[in-house]
Unconditional design. Structure first.
Length: 81
């Protein structure tokens, strides 16, 4: 088994782990890492659908998480925390 296959297995295990997550923040973090690993795996095996979908997920999670952090900061400011 080479390191590219191991990368694919790690990404697959993270899919299973993400299903068990109860916290949305932890879910997003695990899915971000999983998508980045699976996208990289797609690059090494030269499979464009895997690359496109997973890097799209990485970008989408990054944008959504950024807006989530801004909202949390706004809520703390309004509450005076």
């Amino acid at each position: 088994m080479n390191w590219v296959e191991i990368l694919g297995y790690i990404a697959s295990i993270l899919i299973v782990i993400s299903i068990t997550m109860e916290s949305i923040v932890k879910l997003r973090i695990v899915n971000f890492i999983r998508a980045a690993l699976l996208g990289t795996y797609g690059v090494f095996i030269k499979f464009v659908p895997i690359i496109l979908v997973n890097y799209f997920i990485v970008v989408t999670i990054s944008i959504n998480y950024g807006s989530f952090l801004k909202t949390e900061k706004l809520i703390k400011t309004v509450k005076g925390i």
